[in-house]
Design a protein. Structure first.
Length: 198
């Protein structure tokens, strides 16, 4: 699988040769991702050099968005976007903003979240999730029982709180991987699903 990135845009700051020939699992994962998005994410191009890591991270990602989870897709992407904005992780902001635009059909709402989620037209429950994501990202050592109480007051179940913590933790990991290696943002993600508010 050659690393056939668009001219003048490297996948990251790493100076890597083409990745090894993919195993069937890796090839299937990359093909499924490309079929869903219409392009291959640069982060996956980098992770393809360490197939076990690529598969492990994809397994966690799939668990976090499995059918029947406590949080709906809109809230999951909100958490991912708030974390990514807080960390200023360009490829992750582009990606999660695109996903949230697709879910909501509202590019203005998503753009406002990218600037300052407090100014966005969020429900009380969404605002509670955003505040939790921001605090756990900025000041993890300062999270207290009261922060979980605020989520309960916003009518989040214990399972939903567990899921929220896992999503915030996972995307902080993802953000640091991308930012630490200079993984390039996909322009396709930035351009996708830019529709006006319905």
């Amino acid at each position: 699988m050659p690393d056939d990135i668009a001219p003048r845009q490297a996948a990251s700051w790493l100076r890597l040769p083409p990745p090894p020939a993919p195993t069937q699992k890796v090839a299937d994962l990359l093909a499924a991702s490309e079929a869903k998005l219409g392009y291959r994410r640069h982060g996956q191009r980098v992770q393809a050099h360490w197939p076990a890591l690529l598969l492990a991270l994809e397994s966690v990602s799939q668990a976090l968005k499995a059918e029947g989870n406590a949080l709906p897709p809109r809230e999951r992407e909100l958490l991912a976007l708030v974390v990514s904005v807080e960390n200023r992780c360009e490829p992750c902001v582009f990606s999660h903003a695109a996903q949230l635009r697709q879910i909501t059909g509202d590019a203005v709402l998503v753009g406002t979240i990218e600037v300052n989620w407090r100014r966005a037209a969020l429900s009380a429950r969404e605002a509670a999730l955003a505040a939790y994501a921001e605090k756990l990202t900025r000041h993890p050592a300062e999270v207290e029982p009261a922060d979980l109480d605020a989520l309960r007051a916003a009518e989040l179940s214990e399972a939903a709180i567990l899921e929220a913590a896992a999503i915030v933790a996972y995307f902080n990991l993802s953000n640091r991987f991308h930012s630490g290696l200079g993984v390039a943002a996909n322009h396709e993600a930035y351009l996708s699903h830019r529709t006006a508010a319905r």
